[in-house]
Design a protein around this ligand. Sequence first.
Ligand code: ADP
Ligand code: MG
Length: 304
Amino acid sequence: MIEFTNVSKTYDTGNRAVRNINLRIRDGEFVFLTGRSGSGKSTLIKLITRELKPTEGRIRVNGYDLGTLRQRDIPRFRRSLGVVFQDFRLLNDRNVFENIAFAQRVIGASPREIRENVPEMLQLTGLSAKYKNMPFQLSGGEQQRVAIARALINKPAVILADEPTGNLDERNSQEIMKLLLDINRMGTTVIIITHSGELVRSIPARVIVMDKGNIVRDSDNGVSERGISAFFTDYRQPKERWLSSASTHTSGNPRAVFREEAESGAPLKEEYEEFENDEFEDESVPWFTDRDEDRVDEEKGEQA
Ligand code: ADP
Ligand code: MG
């Protein structure tokens, strides 16, 4: 559960990016967060991940009160979140397997767990046959699937995706959306930022619209308690616009699509080649690029 109570965020520049927002997103919901550029969407997401602290108000996420969260508890809190970005943010010098495994290493998972979990994520995202590829050897859609596998592998309660299809063509966008829908159906809360009205209209999910830092519309419609699972029986129908257009796949079932692809060259579990086993610090997690404000404050203090 995510709960904002009278939350505002004013940047050091005086820019009031988020203004007195009240919001509740329940477990299992599928939510679009939309609005024009500069309306405060990314700021809202960064408040959820605790990359930013609110100027005013209270934020609770997955049982954590972010106002009283201690610095040393931030890594543990962030494990309850998976984040996905428009520009993928993969480690470009590591292959697909290593990129996904990385998220497990930072939480200290054992090589045995990694060997178990990474292939599972590869299969879910249809990347089993490409586990040894480097990011530059993948299409944009495939790179985003790696990022989603990485976001998902530690079983977060919530996936936050900031413009996940912003760099993708129509067909790849649809595949990414199908994958995110599938993930939601498995029980994960999914929050997607987009400014594509077409994307928002294509899926009957909750839509939150921001404008100038305010929530100006919220279609909270009661389907949310169960996510949109009821919708799944419908969305596979070819009559659904977003499935029928441009897709080269005929089965209409995202799992099947990825399975077909995976079967084309997936290694057996025991065939995955040995991978490096270097250690990483929580601090080095590369997908939180904006350092959180506490640390920036500390560094300022040190310089002074
Ligand atoms: P969106 O994601 O909807 O495009 P943002 O949350 O990125 O909007 O930005 C909201 C407003 O806050 C914009 O006016 C933007 O220029 C401003 N803003 C975003 N990040 C910063 C920052 N680090 N410092 C100052 N102003 C910022
Ligand atoms: Mg943004």
